[in-house]
Ligand binder design. Structure first.
Ligand code: HDD
Length: 713
């Protein structure tokens, strides 16, 4: 079996330079003797224009920025590989999906959508999940999100959507936030967005980590086999670490404490050897079933519930190498849903069709040239031969006089490939209809699947959606917009609308008919009903909930635990939990009143990783308060109190042993507890193996959302 990982690395290495043991030179290769002083007339005199070293350096610097992506500007990437675990030659002729164990190098870029390049990772937003497969037959990009549906059904609305969500044009506020008038004005007039709105108001929009997100191709695609037969597919990435989120209050605090939280998490996990991993699954829909559901497969605001079409896992993806240079790789990578290989094809989803134009177009202004495919991170590992020539920053030196086809002077080369030789051919779909600017009636149900999503959430998850909507709409200044939104929510779920309305001091309006809401009424639900022959209505689906998500596995690998320490701390207790965490591949960090060495009760030294000034409980998954601390001082320390209060409020595991358990049991939150809380792990024993095990078991639950009181109030 051939492994292409090395080839890609070699390709990239062509342009690599680490600059070690090398003379400093100009861009023209002239060795520089003094890089610290510009050329002047005398020590205190004016600088000389002839100083080509100074001019070159400053000119380069002046031009170091390129336009950021119009959307998905904030992102982080990593290298890795995709491995086939279940070949599907009967479904597709795509070369990289043919054989068991076959590997293909990939580069993945995760992103937020609305914020600019320097914005916080923890904004409430969809996350981009874009994968570039460097296959032997050319580059294949699966450019998806961590949410399986989209706001709009037709690409012509994309500029409007993005203008509405971006900072408002008159004052450039707010940054990386949808909680403002223009976004909700647009949404309140766009009922087709209601399913997506449910997802972005849920905790899916504030993931714990890029490594703990599902990914979705969103559109329905086609696979084509070597007999030119086709099936429809939906792509799913399932994370090995499960699908998890943080709390909204926590997300906002993380944004202040560490806006690079997700970027750092991805980077550190890879550096530590905790390589993030996902399974790739497909939902397979026979061509003849195209019109048999009560939703349209071409409608990107709809999912195919897993209960109706289960997911078949076909491979796994592992990210095992951080980029060498952020700009060269993560910033310059150019994705495009139109980068496909033989065996994969598009559908007529009108959102996808518009995307097929947009992505190359955007690279022309972002990367500045039609030669962006020559940038090392974008290069195909399959050989590239064609008659495209010249343009800004052309890298390839094409030899000879022939740059046209057909030709005889070049021996007819490069020549076209027959389909049997791997030439790309689109699926031979018959399309026969009038040219219209219309949307199919089968796209008309905007509320059925929004309701399915809401119904599939646990009570705590529903309450998070209510609170998110109250937050977002609470920041909207125009009352009429809020009211319109409550009206739309009432068509998803009456109780949801009531709860949101209560928080906003508003009431539910009668159902409004907006220009784009013409056909929308409960009777119109299930747009395809007439032709529906497959039972496609489900009341609820665990796959849509993060808490009940079947992808969640009981692992705490790479999770971070804060161990609060001060002089006199029990060395045995700290070591006990540290060792237990290490066995689970989790990371323990010592947080103390100051940096430097902390003296243990047995006169040993522990080195503090953070002080209370540089750390905060929102940066950790769980908190441990060990025996032997200077309790009286710590209990009076505001930062310790805030640490514990936040950990409790954000529903995290809090553990304490020996005398330290007093801090926890005396704390206002525990002393007022009426129900047993399995996330509070306390024991009077010191350095007990059972305690360590209980602490770890509790951590596998991720969060104890049931701790939150006042559901829905
Ligand atoms: Fe898009 C970037 C995902 C609809 C136009 N999009 C972009 C990225 C992701 C997505 C993950 C970032 C890629 C990277 O990391 O570089 N976009 C989606 C999904 C969509 C979607 C899942 C709906 C299903 N996008 C969409 C539409 C249009 C665009 C309808 C335009 C008509 N998207 C772009 C773009 C971007 C982009 C302007 C910005 C930078 C880039 O392409 O390279 O062309």
């Amino acid at each position: 079996m051939k492994n292409f990982q090395d080839e890609k690395q070699r390709d990239l290495s062509l342009n690599k330079s680490d600059g070690t043991n090398k003379f400093l030179t100009t861009d023209q290769g002239v060795k520089i003797n003094d890089d610290n002083n510009s050329l002047k007339v005398g020590e205190r005199g004016p600088s000389l224009l002839e100083d080509f070293i100074l001019r070159e350096k400053i000119t380069h610097f002046d031009h170091e920025r390129i336009p950021e992506r119009i959307v998905h500007a904030r992102g982080s990437g990593a290298h890795g590989f995709f491995e086939v675990t279940n070949p599907i030659p009967e479904l597709t002729k795509a070369g990289f999906l043919q054989e068991m164990g076959q590997t293909t190098p990939v580069f993945v870029r995760f992103s937020t959508v609305a914020g600019s390049r320097g914005s916080t990772d923890l904004a409430r937003d969809a996350r981009g999940f874009a994968v570039k497969f460097y296959t032997q037959e050319g580059v294949y990009d699966l450019v998806g999100n961590n949410i399986p549906v989209f706001f709009i059904q037709d690409a012509s609305k994309f500029p409007d959507l993005v203008h509405a969500v971006k900072p408002e044009p008159h004052n450039e506020m707010p940054q990386a936030a949808s909680a403002h008038d223009t976004f909700w004005d647009f949404i309140s007039l766009m009922p087709e967005s209601m399913h997506m709105i449910m997802w972005v108001m849920s905790d899916r929009a504030i993931p714990r980590s890029y490594r703990m997100m599902e990914g979705f191709g969103v559109h329905t695609f086609r696979l084509i086999n070597s007999n030119e037969e086709s099936v429809f597919v939906k792509f799913h990435w399932k994370p090995k670490l499960g699908t998890h989120a943080v709390a909204w209050d926590e997300a906002q605090k993380i944004s202040g404490k560490n806006p690079d939280f997700h970027r750092e998490d991805l980077w550190e996990a890879i550096e530590m050897g905790n390589f993030p991993e996902w399974e790739l699954g497909i939902q397979i829909i026979p061509s003849e079933d195209e019109n048999k559901y009560n939703f349209d497969l071409l409608d990107p605001t709809k999912i195919v519930p897993e209960e109706i079409v289960p997911i078949t896992i076909i491979g796994r993806m592992v990210l095992n190498k951080n980029p060498d240079n952020f700009f060269a790789e993560t910033e310059q990578i150019a994705f495009h849903p139109g980068h496909i290989v033989p065996g994969i094809d598009f559908t007529n989803d009108p959102l996808l069709q518009g995307r097929l134009f947009s992505y190359t177009d955007t690279q022309l202004s972002r990367l500045g040239s039609p030669n962006f495919h020559e940038i090392p991170i974008n290069r195909s590992i399959a050989p590239v031969h064609n008659n495209q020539r010249d343009g800004h920053m052309r890298q390839e030196i094409n030899k000879g006089r022939v740059s046209y086809h057909p030709n005889s002077l070049g021996g007819g080369c490069p020549y076209q490939a027959k389909i049997a030789e791997g030439g790309f051919a689109s699926f031979n779909e018959r399309v026969d209809a009038h040219k219209v600017r219309e949307r199919s009636e089968s796209f008309n149900d905007h509320f059925g699947q929004a309701r399915l999503f809401f119904n599939s959430q646990t009570a705590e998850e529903k309450s998070h959606i209510v609170k998110a909507l109250r937050f977002e709409l609470g920041k909207v200044e125009t009352t009429a917009i809020r009211i319109r939104m409550i009206g739309l929510l009432s068509q998803v779920d009456r109780q949801l609308a009531e709860k949101v309305a209560n928080g906003l001091g508003a009431i539910i309006p009668p159902i409004l008919e907006t220009p784009l809401n013409k056909g929308v009424s409960p009777e119109n639900e299930g747009g395809n009903q007439e032709s529906q022959t497959i039972e496609s209505t489900v009341e609820s689906s665990d796959a849509l909930s993060m808490v009940n998500n079947p992808t969640n596995s009981p692992t705490i690998a790479s999770r971070k635990v804060a161990i609060i320490c001060s002089d006199g701390v029990s060395e045995a207790a700290v070591k006990n939990l540290k060792n237990a965490l290490k066995k689970e591949d989790a990371k323990a960090c010592i947080v103390a009143p100051r940096l430097g060495s902390i003296k243990t009760d047995s006169d040993g030294d522990l080195s503090a990783n953070f002080s209370f000034l540089t750390a905060s409980s929102v940066l950790f998954d769980a908190i441990y308060v060990p025996h032997g601390l200077d309790l009286t001082t710590l209990e009076k320390n505001d930062e310790v109190v805030e640490f514990l209060n936040d950990a409790y409020k954000h529903c995290k595991v809090i553990g304490a042993d020996g005398k330290a358990s007093k801090i926890i049991s005396n704390s206002p939150f525990v002393s007022q507890m009426t129900d047993y809380d399995p996330g509070i792990v306390i024991t009077d024993e010191i350095a007990s193996a059972t305690f360590a095990q209980d602490f770890i078991t509790a951590m596998t639950m991720h969060r104890f959302w049931q701790r939150e009181k006042n559901l829905y109030n």
